[in-house]
Design a protein around this ligand. Structure first.
Ligand code: C2E
Ligand code: MG
Ligand code: MG
Length: 534
C-alpha cells in the first residue's frame, strides 16, 4: 500500500481548497492522476481540480454523503487491485477532508446568523454594513436600531412559541422590505438593526413601527401589531468611527424608550444631552441638598365623572434653570445606585405635602411615588419607606408605591417580598408601565398589588384597532378577575378614553386631563375640579 502519511500532511497544512491541489500534485506521477471531481446534484455543489489532460472515463467513483467523487487518469494505464485500493483510499481521504472543510465553512456562516430568524446577528450585521460602506455612498443611508415594545407581553399572552413566531414574522417583514444594497440584523430577543437607503426612510418607519403579524390565540388566529421603538442616524461618511452603525442608534432607541417616544433621531444635541445627563453622576448629592430636584404632580382621573381619583409625584431636575426630564437622569442614577436617595426624597416631599393638605382641611386622594427596581437592592428599603410615612403622620392608605416589573426570577422574588411587606402595612402598590416588562401576567397572579398602570405605549397612537383591543382587553379582564384596579397612563384624546371605558377601564392619567403640574398649579386644579372623595 502507498504510504499516505506525506499526502495527509500536505492536505492538513491549511484548511483551504489549495491544500487538496497540492496533495493531489504530490501523487500525480505514482497514480497517473489527471483530474478529480466532487459533484452533488442535491446541494448544487461542484468542484473540480484538473492537473493534466485526462481520459474521459473515470477510474473510480466514491460517494460520501450526497457528494460523488470521481478520479480520472491521464492515460490508459491499467491499475492492479492494490493500486485500485490505494485510489479508493485517496478518494476517501479527499472526501473526508472536503466534508470537514464544508462543515467548518457552514459553522462559520452560522456564527454570523441569528438562530431563530436566520438573519445576520450583530457580528454579521457589522460585517455586512462595513462591506456596504465600501461599495456604496453611505451618505445616502440611515442606520436604525429597533426594539419591539412590550414584547414580553406577547410571550405571556400567547406563549413563547407564538412569541418566537412573531419575531420570525417581524424579521421576514424586514427581509421582504430591503433591497440588495441594504442590510438588516437581528441582535437576539426583540432587537433589530438595519441600514437602509434614506429615500426609503418613511416607508421603513411605517413598516417597523406598526407591523401587523398573525398569532394563534387559543386556537383562533388573531392579528397583533408589533410596534418597533426606533433610534436612527443619518450616516455620514466623514465620520470614520463605526459607532454610527450600531451604538449611536442604540442610544437613541434607549432614549426613546426612557422618554416613551416611538422614533428618535441621533443629533449632536441628543448626544450632548445624554452626556449632560451623565453630569448628574458628579453633582447629584449637592443638587439634591440644594433642592434642585423638584416634585411635580400629575393627577389621575375617573374617566366618567372627570374627577380626581389620585395623584402621582414625578421628579424634574432644575439644572441651572434648564428643567431636565427624569428619563434623562434616572437611568444614570439607577446605574450608580443613587436613585434610592432621590426616591426617598420624593416620598418625603410628598408626605410633607399631604401632611400640610390635611392640616388645611383638604380631602386627600391616594398619592403615588415611583420606586426604582434598583431600590430593592437597598437593605431594609421597606422600613425606610414606612418610617418616612410615619414621620409625617400620613395614613398608609394615602400612599401608593409604584414599582416596575422585574426582568429576572431573583428580582421577582425580592419584589414579591417588597409588595408583601407594603401590603401588610396597609400601603398600596401599583405596577407601573404594565406590559413593557417580562413578568407581566405572573405579577397579577402571584403578587398582592392593588393596581396596574397600563403602559401608555399601548394606547398612544392615532388609531386604535382590533388588535389593541385584544391586548388591552385581556389585561383588563385578567386584572378584574383578580380584583386589581386598572388605570391607563398616557391618555391624550377622548377616543382613547372612550376606548378604555368600553373595555372596562375606569381610570386614566394623561395629557387629556392634565400634565404633571408644579405643586401650586396642582392645588389650584384640585380646588377647581374636585376629587371623587369630595
Ligand atoms: P411613569 O411613572 O410611567 O410616569 C408617566 C410619565 O408619562 C411621566 O413622564 C408623565 O409626564 C408622562 N405622561 C403622562 N401623561 C402623558 C400623556 O398623556 N402623554 C405623554 N406623551 N406622556 C405622558 P415623566 O415625568 O417624564 O417621567 C418619566 C418616568 O420617569 C416615569 O414614568 C417614572 O418611571 C420615572 N420617574 C419620574 N419621577 C421619578 C422618581 O422620583 N423616582 C423614580 N424612580 N422614577 C421616576
Ligand atoms: Mg409612575
Ligand atoms: Mg408609567
Amino acid at each position: 500500500m502507498y504510504d499516505f502519511i506525506k499526502f495527509i500532511e500536505i492536505l492538513n497544512k491549511d484548511d483551504k481548497q489549495d491544500s487538496i491541489k497540492n496533495a493531489l500534485n504530490s501523487i500525480k506521477d505514482v497514480f497517473h492522476f489527471a483530474k478529480i471531481v466532487a459533484d452533488s446534484q442535491a446541494r448544487q455543489y461542484y468542484y473540480e481540480y484538473v492537473a493534466d489532460e485526462f481520459n474521459p472515463n473515470y477510474v473510480m467513483k466514491h460517494t460520501n454523503r450526497d457528494i460523488d467523487y470521481y478520479f480520472y487518469q491521464k492515460d490508459d494505464y491499467i491499475f492492479n487491485d492494490d493500486e485500485l485500493k490505494d485510489i479508493k483510499m485517496i478518494l476517501s481521504i479527499i472526501s473526508l477532508h472536503h466534508e470537514c472543510f464544508l462543515l467548518t465553512k457552514k459553522a462559520k456562516e452560522n456564527e454570523l446568523i441569528s438562530p431563530n430568524t436566520k438573519i445576520p446577528n450583530a457580528q454579521g450585521y457589522l460585517i455586512n454594513v462595513n462591506k456596504l460602506a465600501e461599495r456604496f455612498n453611505i451618505n445616502e443611508y440611515n442606520s436604525y436600531y429597533i426594539n419591539i415594545r412590550g414584547f414580553g407581553l406577547i410571550n405571556k399572552i400567547f406563549g413563547s412559541k407564538e412569541g418566537d413566531k412573531a419575531i420570525i414574522s417581524y424579521a421576514k417583514a424586514l427581509e421582504n422590505f430591503i433591497d440588495e444594497d441594504e442590510v438588516i440584523g437581528h441582535l437576539g430577543g426583540d432587537n433589530f438593526t438595519a441600514t437602509i437607503k434614506r429615500s426609503k426612510h418613511q416607508a421603513f418607519i411605517d413598516l417597523v413601527t406598526m407591523c401587523p403579524i398573525k398569532v394563534n390565540n387559543q386556537g383562533k388566529e388573531a392579528k397583533v401589531n408589533l410596534i418597533g421603538i426606533v433610534g436612527y442616524i443619518e450616516l455620514d461618511s466623514l465620520k470614520s468611527d463605526h459607532a454610527q452603525f450600531l451604538s449611536e442608534p442604540s442610544m437613541a432607541c434607549q432614549y426613546a424608550r426612557n422618554t416613551k417616544k416611538i422614533v428618535v433621531k441621533v443629533t449632536p444635541e441628543l448626544l450632548d444631552m445624554i452626556n449632560d445627563a451623565k453630569q448628574v453622576e458628579r453633582t447629584f448629592k449637592e443638587e439634591l441638598i440644594k433642592g434642585n430636584f423638584v416634585v411635580y404632580y400629575q393627577p389621575k382621573f375617573d374617566i366618567k365623572s372627570g374627577k380626581i381619583v389620585g395623584v402621582e409625584a414625578l421628579t424634574r431636575w432644575n439644572n441651572n434653570g434648564k428643567l431636565i426630564p427624569p428619563g434623562m437622569f434616572i437611568p444614570v442614577l439607577e446605574h450608580n445606585g443613587e436613585i434610592v436617595d432621590l426616591d426617598l426624597y420624593v416620598l418625603e416631599t410628598l408626605c410633607k405635602d399631604i401632611h400640610n393638605y390635611r392640616n388645611q382641611g383638604y380631602n386627600i386622594v391616594p398619592a403615588s411615588c415611583n420606586i426604582s427596581r434598583r431600590d430593592l437592592e437597598v437593605k431594609d428599603i421597606e422600613n425606610k419607606i414606612i418610617n418616612i410615612i410615619r414621620k409625617y403622620n400620613v395614613f398608609t392608605r394615602d400612599i401608593v408605591i409604584e414599582v416596575t416589573e422585574t426582568t429576572n426570577l431573583e428580582e421577582n422574588a425580592r419584589l414579591s417580598k417588597f409588595i408583601e411587606v407594603m401590603h401588610e402595612n396597609g400601603i398600596m402598590t401599583s405596577v407601573d408601565d404594565f406590559g413593557t416588562g417580562y413578568s407581566s401576567l405572573s405579577v397579577l397572579r402571584d403578587f398582592k398589588v392593588n393596581e396596574i398602570k397600563i403602559d401608555r405605549s399601548f394606547i398612544n397612537r392615532d388609531i386604535l384597532n382590533n388588535s389593541d383591543e385584544i391586548i388591552i382587553g385581556s389585561i383588563i379582564d385578567m386584572a378584574k378577575r383578580l380584583n386589581i384596579d386598572v388605570i391607563c397612563e398616557g391618555v391624550e384624546n377622548t377616543e382613547q378614553a372612550e376606548f378604555l371605558l368600553r373595555l372596562g377601564c375606569k381610570n386614566a392619567q394623561g395629557f387629556l386631563y392634565s400634565k404633571p403640574l408644579p405643586k401650586l398649579e396642582f392645588e389650584a386644579l384640585m380646588r377647581k375640579i374636585g376629587t371623587v372623595y369630595d
